[in-house]
Structures are given as structure tokens and as C-alpha cells.
Design a protein around this ligand. Structure first.
Ligand SMILES: [Zn+2]
Length: 361
């Protein structure tokens, strides 16, 4: 073999390179030393070098392999040497760049990373859009939106105009909102359900009126729904569930698209489930509204018990429990709240009790 083509190993201690035979393996290479010294063949123990941690440089027709980062211990392989390419590729493979590492990953891991990026992006959008929306949408715009949504609902059931008038009188006899004009519509529907639209509208089904036993329970329902409105829970949920579509409308600079996106979500809103936290907030704020109106907040707990009873009788008919789940925790909280104010004097609201008698019949 031409001596120029022999790899030289520099051990970092002696300045002269030692010729080596190299045996390459998948993860490491072996250097075998055998060279004449003073006329005898001296055989040194071979050494094994792992590719991981090796760096390479191409200098003057040699591949320099730096073995442990110090630069003192290295191997110089002539380009003409048969193992030059194998060693170079093995080192690249053992020490990939971040991109190389990504490309070496299993397809499943890559798919997982991709899905996590998508999910993360979605959650970012689902949180940022409502946050911005709540800041820029005024109560009057909110009302327009609620009216549009309401138009999409009118076909769902016949309006009970007499009960609508009676329940509205109850709502207006109470102080339910400082910002919004609360407007109630009673729809003829056996479902035990009620929901709030952004901007002040409350829709009450005759089914839920039937399950109640007192005017105070009706006041509790209105206070709970009005709290969802006051705290802009419907708007928030709507913005959240439409976040991606809204963002697309914004990106396309299509302002009218945003309104229609929200209206298209009308059906979503009807079946809208609030998070536990929002329900807790609406209960607490609703009971405070009852207190402010001199109504015993125990009515909130009674309403929840009534809904639970109705659930036992006809589970399919009770949508209110699924959109506002009446968990034992909520009943316990309502109970605890009412207990705190048990010793208060509560007045009978004349409109509430008079209208309740008429609604009941
Ligand atoms: Zn609720």
C-alpha cells in the first residue's frame, strides 16, 4: 500500500502520527497499530473509538477526525483510503444536526409532534380570539349579535306570548343587569331548558316553567341566566367555538363573514355547555342578584333540586342539566350560600308572586 494512503493517528501526547489499520463497525471504529520499530514489529493493543462526539474537517485531501473535542487527539485519513466515506458517514449519522435528528425520528414520533403543534395552535387561537373579541365587541354590538342569533331560533318553537309577557314583567320587576336590557322569550317546548344569548336575551322553554314550584325559583333561573349575560359567558363560548372560522374571516378581511360565522353557530349555542367555572360564577353571581332583590337565595338550590327531580322522570327532556350541569357540588354551594344569609328578612316581590300564579295556571 502506498504510504501516503495510510491513516495516521495522533494520540495528543506524541507529535508523530502513528499509522493505523482501521476496522469500521456500526457505532465505533477500531484502530490497530502495527508498524516496524527498530527493525522489529511492535504490536500495540488496538483502541476503540466511538463515533459519537467525533467531529470532522476536510483539510488538504484528508478527513480529520477530532476524537474528543480537545483537538489534540485526532485521526487523519487520506481521501484515497477505502474507509474514508464510511467513517465520514458513520460520524454524521452518529452526530446529526437538529434537522438531521428530526429526520431520523420515527414517523409516528414526527406525526405526534405535528399533531401537538396543531393542537397547541388551536388552543392558542381558541384563547386569543375570545380575549380580543371580548375587548373589541361593545355591549350594543353584542345585542345586535344576540338579535341575529335569536332570529335563527324563532323557528325552533312557537312563542308563548302570554307567558312571554308575564315572565318579562318578572324580569323587569327585578334588578338583573346594569349593562344589558334583559328581554325574555318563552317558547313552547317540552324540554326543560333555558339559555342566554349575548346582549340581554333569555330564552325560556315552557318545559322548565312547568318543573318549577315557586316564583322565587323563576327569579333564580332568570338571575342565573342574566349572570351568564352580565359576565358575557355566551359571547365568550361563542367566540371560542367559532375562533378558527372567525380568524379565517379576519384573514380574508371579511367583516360580514364574522357575523354570519357566529349566527351559523346558533345551533351550537343552543346546546352550549359552559365550563364548570362559568357555571360556578353564574350561580354565585345569580345568588347575589337574588340577595340584592331581597329574595332568599335558597331559591337557587330549590331550582337545582327541581331540575334533578325532573331529570329522574324524563332524562331526555332535560337539556338544561346538560348545558348547565346541576352537579352535587353546585347544589352544596347554593345551600352553603343560602345558609349564610338565613337570618335575613326577605320581602315577597308582588310582581313575582302575582305573575307566578298566572304562569302556573
Ligand atoms: Zn348556566
Amino acid at each position: 500500500m502506498n504510504s501516503a494512503a495510510i491513516p495516521l493517528y495522533y494520540d495528543g501526547k506524541t507529535s508523530a502520527g502513528q499509522p493505523v489499520d482501521i476496522i469500521t463497525h456500526e457505532k465505533e471504529m477500531e484502530f490497530h497499530f502495527t508498524f516496524p520499530e527498530n527493525g522489529f514489529h511492535v504490536v500495540k493493543e488496538p483502541i476503540t473509538i466511538n463515533y459519537t462526539g467525533c467531529t470532522t474537517a476536510h483539510v488538504a485531501e484528508h478527513l480529520y477526525v477530532y476524537i474528543n473535542g480537545s483537538g489534540a487527539e485526532y485521526l487523519a485519513i487520506p481521501f484515497t483510503h477505502p474507509s474514508y466515506l464510511t467513517i465520514r458517514d458513520n460520524i454524521i449519522h452518529a452526530n446529526p444536526s437538529w434537522f438531521g435528528r428530526l429526520m431520523n425520528m420515527h414517523v409516528g414520533v414526527l406525526a405526534f409532534v405535528f399533531v401537538m403543534l396543531l393542537v397547541g395552535g388551536y388552543f392558542a387561537i381558541a384563547n386569543v380570539v375570545p380575549w380580543v373579541g371580548l375587548k373589541i365587541i361593545s355591549p350594543s354590538q353584542e345585542k345586535l349579535m344576540g338579535d341575529k342569533l335569536f332570529q335563527a331560533f324563532v323557528d325552533i318553537g312557537e312563542t308563548d306570548s302570554q307567558k312571554t309577557r308575564l315572565v318579562n314583567e318578572v324580569a323587569h320587576a327585578l334588578e338583573l343587569s346594569k349593562t344589558y336590557n334583559i328581554q325574555v322569550t318563552v317558547l313552547q317546548n317540552k324540554e326543560v331548558n333555558a339559555f342566554a344569548l349575548p346582549g340581554g336575551r333569555i330564552v325560556v322553554y315552557t318545559g322548565i316553567l312547568k318543573s318549577m314550584k315557586s316564583g322565587d325559583e323563576l327569579a333564580a333561573l332568570l338571575a342565573h341566566e342574566a349572570s351568564h349575560i352580565n359576565k358575557r359567558h355566551s359571547l365568550r363560548s361563542l367566540l371560542r367555538s367559532s375562533a378558527v372560522a372567525i380568524l379565517i374571516s379576519v384573514a380574508l378581511n371579511d367583516a360580514s363573514g364574522i357575523a354570519s360565522v357566529l349566527v351559523e353557530n346558533a345551533e351550537t349555542l343552543r346546546n352550549l355547555g359552559y365550563s364548570r367555572n362559568l357555571e360556578r360564577e353564574a350561580d354565585a353571581s345569580g345568588m347575589q342578584l337574588l340577595l340584592d332583590n331581597h329574595i332568599d337565595p335558597i331559591a337557587m338550590r330549590n331550582l337545582m333540586l327541581r331540575l334533578q327531580e325532573a331529570y329522574g322522570k324524563a332524562p331526555d327532556m332535560i337539556a338544561f342539566l346538560s348545558t348547565h350541569p346541576a352537579t352535587q357540588e353546585r347544589i352544596d354551594n347554593a345551600n352553603a350560600f343560602a345558609k349564610k344569609y338565613r337570618s335575613r328578612e326577605y320581602a315577597v316581590n308582588a310582581v313575582v308572586s302575582k305573575n307566578w300564579d298566572l304562569i302556573k295556571n
